[in-house]
Write a protein that binds this ligand. Structure first.
Ligand code: ABN
Length: 174
């Protein structure tokens, strides 16, 4: 039995050796090693990035004190939530500007687009916290109504700019 097994193994090894060369083996090994080394360079979305790109999967897009918050897509100013107010209400002692810059932002939470009014809160000097400058849809300064880099407190009794809020006016396209 032992001898038969030896003969069978020897024959199989010889047959394999006849069919393959050392050069072929080395080239296959080289190919496999090169492929393994290049694998990380393939354009694969990494786990953490995949989460960031996923609608609603990015925590900052749901945090009203983060500049990434979805409602701030066209804001330019200090976030009132960091200044004693909230994302949509002015801090005590300030008044909302009656004239505003309007933007349209996509809410990844429900997949809808919303019309958002960016009111400045006026009557106190600059808050200085959580500056956020996102300019989706902004146009050059020569069209004032299409540019968000404007102190909308200009028509208030006290034109000092303090911070900006974002107020949802409605669903876009309805
Ligand atoms: N709309 C915010 C703002 C205020 C003052 C100056 C520039 C921008």
């Amino acid at each position: 039995m032992q001898q038969r097994l030896d003969r069978w193994t020897e024959r199989a090894a010889r047959a394999l050796a006849q069919r393959s060369s050392r050069r072929g083996f080395l080239s296959a090994l080289g190919g496999a090693l090169t492929g393994a080394a290049l694998l990380p360079l393939l354009p694969v979305l990494r786990g953490s990035q995949a989460q960031a790109a996923e609608p609603g999967g990015h925590a900052a897009a749901a945090d009203p004190n983060s500049c990434e918050y979805w409602k701030y897509c066209a804001i330019d100013g200090f976030l009132c939530g960091c200044c004693g107010g909230s994302s949509s209400s002015c801090p005590p002692g300030t008044q909302p500007s009656p004239i505003t810059w309007i933007g349209t932002c996509h809410n990844p939470g429900d997949g809808r687009d919303y019309i958002v009014s960016y009111n400045d809160c006026c009557g106190k000097t600059s808050c200085g916290s959580c500056f956020c400058n996102r300019n989706e849809g902004e146009r050059p300064m020569y069209r004032l109504s299409l540019n968000n880099d404007v102190n909308w407190c200009m028509a208030n009794d006290n034109p000092n700019y303090h911070c900006s809020v974002s107020v949802i006016l409605g669903v876009a396209g309805k």
